[in-house]
Design a protein around this ligand. Sequence first.
Ligand SMILES: [Fe+2]
Ligand SMILES: [Fe+2]
Length: 213
Amino acid sequence: MAKDYQIDAVFHLRKIKPTFRKIFELAIPFLQTRQNEIHTYIVYQYALLLLEDEPGMPEIVVPAAILHDVGWSCIPEEEQHAAFGPVVINKKLQRTHEVEGATIAQEIMNRVDYDHQLIQKITEIIDGHDTTNKARSINDAITKDADKLCRFSGAGFHIDYQRFNKEQLVHLKFLLEKIDEWFLTRTGREIAMYEGRMREKEILARVHQRKDI
Ligand SMILES: [Fe+2]
Ligand SMILES: [Fe+2]
């Protein structure tokens, strides 16, 4: 039977697994920009779903997912739009959010006395999560796939088509065409296709509803 990949779009700290709750709590102040709190909660959930079927290490992938975008807190909001999205104009700034993010993540994990070897592996994933396309390890592949799956989620899709000023079906078509290029794991591609079908159903249902009025 096909899996149901439903995820939750209302963040609360108590919904985070106790093992990773303190890390998430310490990340929250750094996520109050670019709608990164909900983005991170969604990426965290996809990371857990991917780990059910892909051979990654939760102690590396989950903190990497939680901390991967803390570096946006160092980029002024008016400059952020040039550093992400379908067309990245300012690649230097995109790189800055990775480098600054790795430093902040290291500080957070030091505060919770996380294992030093694990910290090293996690910061290596954060440093390059958007500017390297290939999988540098299975843990890197899962983190990257979880990050990109947010674009296909109900909440992520709605944030993005409005943010990029795109018509919903046009934006969905763009995402579906990117699946083979973006996703690095079989499960990542599978969830992306599943979520894509869900978004298509929702858009078409709204179109029919409007016709019925
Ligand atoms: Fe990022
Ligand atoms: Fe992200």
